[in-house]
Design a protein around this ligand. Structure first.
Ligand SMILES: O=C(O)c1cc(=O)[nH]c(=O)n1[C@@H]1O[C@H](COP(=O)(O)O)[C@@H](O)[C@H]1O
Length: 275
């Protein structure tokens, strides 16, 4: 999916919501545990209940890898289900990968060929040759960690050299590796005050913004400082949506939470004259 198609979906659905499928077997409703593949059944119900309210889904690989081979099979089933039933959805593999070029090439194969994701999150610590192997795929995206939502962001990401903070250096350097058509960036919703400075460096790039909902980030603050003329944001919420309910009607509760976020997004887009 290219940025124009993604923007079309945002306008059609009046939403820039990404639902995180961080599916933890210890948190899913008990009645699902008897199913052959509880994680897949949970994901399928969440997707069926929210697909018209969001433009993207973001399974975090940790929740699938922690279940071993069976977890990866659940992930594969989930991706196949979304691809065949909701082909307009943008799929993010939240894997935070990055290694020497020869290895990153295999990570790219795993997520772009084996499992047909649109994008994969990548950590920039190992530099250009750990990222560029992902950029050789047509219509596939790197989503590079830049300013993260966690408290640990303050350990390194704000370190300054000649007035430039490290996260700014990552943006300035990495934007030369690709284009706004194949590189997005992660900016945490809890760092919304930095979005003005970030937009000065990457005005046209899409940002994946986690940290709304369970982490307490503000959607309105993110929109105020981060929206651009083609929206430019995919705001993620995982736990706040998928675990809104805990009984047989969990999917209904998830839909309710997703609708709340989408309704706010619709008015933010309208206020900005975008959709
Ligand atoms: O790469 C990410 O998606 C990510 C980056 C970041 O800075 N902060 C962050 O929370 N995430 C992920 O976004 C999701 C947030 O989950 P919730 O806090 O439940 O909405 C998790 O899968 C995190 O791993």
């Amino acid at each position: 999916m290219n940025s124009q198609e993604l923007f079309e979906q945002i306008k059609i659905k009046k939403s820039f919501l990404c639902v995180g499928l961080d599916t933890d077997k210890n948190k899913i409703p008990a009645h699902l545990l008897d199913a052959e593949d509880p994680i897949y059944e949970f994901n399928k119900a969440i997707v069926d209940a929210t697909h018209d309210l969001c433009v993207a889904y973001k399974p975090n690989l940790a929740f699938y890898e922690s279940e071993g081979i069976e977890g990866l099979k659940s992930l594969e089933r989930t991706v196949k289900y979304i691809r065949s039933n909701y082909p307009e959805i943008f799929l993010i593999a939240d894997a935070k990968r990055g290694d020497i070029g020869n290895t990153s090439k295999m990570y790219a194969k795993a997520f772009f060929e084996n499992m047909d994701f649109d994008s994969v999150t990548v950590a920039p610590y190992m530099g250009a040759d750990s990222v560029t192997p992902f950029l050789s795929y047509e219509n596939k995206w790197v989503i590079l960690l830049a300013l993260t939502s966690n408290k640990g962001a303050f350990d390194f990401q704000f370190m300054e050299e000649n007035g430039t903070r490290l996260f700014e250096k990552v943006l300035e350097t990495s934007k030369e590796w690709g284009t706004p058509e194949n590189m997005m960036y992660v900016v945490g919703a809890t760092k919304a005050e930095s979005l003005t400075d970030i937009r000065k460096i990457i005005p046209n790039s899409f940002l994946l913004v986690p940290g709304v909902g369970a982490q307490g980030g503000s959607l309105s603050e993110v929109a105020k400082y981060g929206l651009n003329d083609t929206c430019g944001l995919l705001v993620n919420s995982s736990r706040g949506i998928i675990y809104a309910g805990s009984d047989e009607d969990f999917a209904l509760f998830a839909r309710g939470e997703a609708l709340k976020v989408q309704t706010e997004m619709s008015s933010l887009l309208e206020e900005k004259g975008i959709a």
